[in-house]
Design a protein around this ligand. Sequence first.
Ligand SMILES: Cc1cc2nc3c(=O)[nH]c(=O)nc-3n(C[C@H](O)[C@H](O)[C@H](O)COP(=O)(O)O)c2cc1C
Length: 225
Amino acid sequence: MSHNASQRTALVVLSHHRQDSLTAHIARRTVYQLESAGYRVDLLDLHAEGFDPRMNTADQPDWNDRDKPYSPEVEEHMRRILAADLIIAVFPVYWSYAPALLKGWIDRVWNYGFAYGRSKAKLAGKRMLWIGLAGATADDDVIPVMHTMLENQLSAGIAYYCGLSDSRIALLPDAEERPQRLDAHGTLHIGDAVTGTARDTHFAEFESKAAEYVAEFLTSDRVPA
Ligand SMILES: Cc1cc2nc3c(=O)[nH]c(=O)nc-3n(C[C@H](O)[C@H](O)[C@H](O)COP(=O)(O)O)c2cc1C
């Protein structure tokens, strides 16, 4: 792909352990959508790249030194973030939150002196879209609650805390082929899998909903004056 200085760059952060997952599929479609819209894309596949989400001594912040050099691996991730105008994370919702792999990436890489703790935020002006795939069905009462939790945790708690100019949650329910419902007694009922054309329709709608969120996010993308 050609690369010119004015080309906008997007970092797509995929957080899933299986290449054949719906999450990885949506991430790949997102990459294609961004490239078709003229973006240069850096796909960061956390699992495939062997990212270790566990905090360690080298990457633990030193509150007395905001210029502490972190591990070479983390410094490289920081460069990839700095090079991006947009960041799009694609992940399965686990316990109404980001999975440990993505959370660990935030913990280790969005570190003191880099992502926060400076009078002039290094990440200021960047925009972020969080695409979370959820097993719950769209009509489950847990969905609006989950949306609010993700908004609070990821947008308010992380992105805006780090000075990003825009952070949005794209919550995609119905990620499972078999609908799941918890009854009043705490029993999980797993319904029949959708099959045939109903299955094709289900996933086509799922894909287009994801693409709509991305398209809407890109519509508001402006080169800073
Ligand atoms: C550890 C774990 C926790 C989960 N927590 C939730 C949850 O809180 N809410 C929800 O709707 N789905 C939850 N799920 C279902 C996943 O969101 C769902 O399996 C996933 O989005 C499907 O996409 P995939 O096939 O790409 O993994 C959970 C799944 C796992 C394995």
